[in-house]
Design a protein around this ligand. Structure first.
Ligand SMILES: Cc1cc2nc3c(=O)[nH]c(=O)nc-3n(C[C@H](O)[C@H](O)[C@H](O)COP(=O)(O)O)c2cc1C
Length: 179
């Protein structure tokens, strides 16, 4: 699948057909993740695949009761080892680069899943401390995203995007790039 086609066609899926995901497909999703760029190529990401329904229920509760998450085949927790970037880049590494690196990896995962016919949703609304407890994360490891993944049971309509004319600037914020 063409990359632009994947970028435009992917939608957040919040309803899933009960099924197991092929291990090879999941592996392809993680392969896509590790080829994301990262500051200093430090690759601070750690991934936890959760397919135990009870643990998934607990994660859904910690995500402001988004109980639809339990329908997915798995939830992948994308976490950052803040020490990996922090040791080289200090506070900027911990507060910015680690998060950007993991966000890039997350987007790669969503696209790789979509290109294989799988549905995903990037869930960011959760209580960090609760997710840390549920997944037994060490102190230096921060959960950044929970990705639900599985066979989609819906084809959502395309949510609107802000137009290029509004958001692309030229040389200075004050001037539009489009005339
Ligand atoms: C950082 C981040 C956090 C998000 N958190 C949630 C969430 O907690 N629950 C949810 O249902 N969708 C969540 N989303 C998905 C967005 O709602 C979705 O991407 C947006 O509405 C655009 O729809 P699309 O993904 O189908 O293009 C999140 C997306 C991002 C990037």
């Amino acid at each position: 699948m063409d990359v632009l086609e994947a970028i435009k066609g992917r939608r957040s899926i919040r309803s899933y057909v009960p099924s197991e995901i092929d291990v090879k497909q999941l592996e392809a999703v993680f392969e896509a993740a590790i080829w994301a760029p990262s500051a200093g190529n430090l690759q601070p990401w750690e991934f936890i695949v959760v397919d135990d329904k009870e643990v998934m229920r607990r994660l859904a509760r910690a995500s402001l009761n988004q109980m639809w998450m339990v329908e997915a085949s798995s939830i992948i927790a994308v976490c950052a080892d803040l020490d990996r970037t922090g040791v080289i880049y200090g506070e900027r590494g911990r507060r910015l680069y680690a998060i950007q690196d993991c966000a890039a990896a997350t987007q790669n995962m969503l696209l790789a899943a979509y290109s294989q016919g799988l549905g995903t949703c990037w869930v960011g609304a959760f209580y960090d401390d609760e997710v840390k407890r549920i997944l037994n994360l060490p102190n230096n490891v921060r959960p950044l995203a929970l990705i639900t993944i599985g066979q989609p049971r819906e084809r959502p309509t395309t949510p609107p995007r802000r137009g290029l004319k509004e958001i692309v600037h030229h040389n200075t914020f004050r001037k539009p790039w489009y005339r």
